[in-house]
Design a protein around this ligand. Structure first.
Ligand SMILES: [Zn+2]
Length: 220
């Protein structure tokens, strides 16, 4: 079982990745973790990637692909794996497909968590943080007991710079520009779109059903 998970920032993708990993007994691998592990291990790839990142550059497709190839060759991926944040470009998707074919692995199940931009903006602009203890609140889903004050220390809650509407809209645009072509490349027969705007446990159920439906299709 090879799962690819796509979803906009703020859609709860990380939580769903953890759930899927547990449900299907596969590791959930994010590109961030993969890079950190490779850098810590001090491999040649890790050294190349960390020197590029240290200069503030974007690590190129070739290195990213090589790190993914190395990661999915590890023993814990023998029964499958979930990738979160990869492929990030169409060339990466093409290379990843070639890699799977080379290894005799099945096509990935592509899960697309679809959430309307306006809903994400409403959710994210409702976030508040305590400047003292850094606890995060959400005026819609997890409000403080007293309006505007941290439950733990009474400090005045603040909206973070990252949670301003303009910043969020910009991140969403970047996400759509990157991800749209990748989903198109995989095509409607491979991509399972799940409504990610519902409550987290409903989203979880919908994802599970989508994965199981994809498994049945590929078994036929
Ligand atoms: Zn606090």
């Amino acid at each position: 079982m090879i799962l690819l998970l796509f979803g906009p920032p703020g859609c709860g993708k990380g939580t769903q990745a953890v759930f899927l990993a547990g449900r299907f007994h596969i590791p959930a691998i994010s590109t961030g973790e993969m890079f950190r592990a490779e850098c810590q291990a001090g491999t040649e790839l890790g050294k190349q990637a960390s020197s590029i990142m240290a200069q503030g550059g974007l690590v190129g497709d070739e290195i990213v692909n090589a790190i993914v190839a190395s990661r999915i060759s590890k023993a814990d991926c023998a029964g499958g794996f979930l990738l979160d944040g990869y492929p990030r470009t169409v060339p990466q998707a093409i290379e990843f497909s070639a890699l799977l074919q080379q290894k005799g692995l099945p096509n990935p199940v592509v899960i697309h968590l679809d959430v309307a931009d306006d809903l994400l903006v409403a959710r994210l602009t409702a976030r508040r943080q305590c400047p003292q203890c850094k606890r995060i609140y959400n005026l819609l889903s997890q409000p403080p007991k007293l309006a505007g004050k941290c439950d733990d220390d009474g400090a005045a809650l603040m909206a973070r710079e990252d949670d301003q509407e303009a910043v969020i809209r910009q991140r969403l645009r970047a996400y759509h520009e990157l991800t749209g072509p990748i989903l198109e490349w995989y095509g409607p027969s491979a991509v399972r779109t799940v409504d990610g705007g519902k409550a987290p446990d409903q989203v979880t159920r919908a994802i599970q059903q989508a994965v199981e439906a994809a498994q049945r299709t590929s078994a036929e």
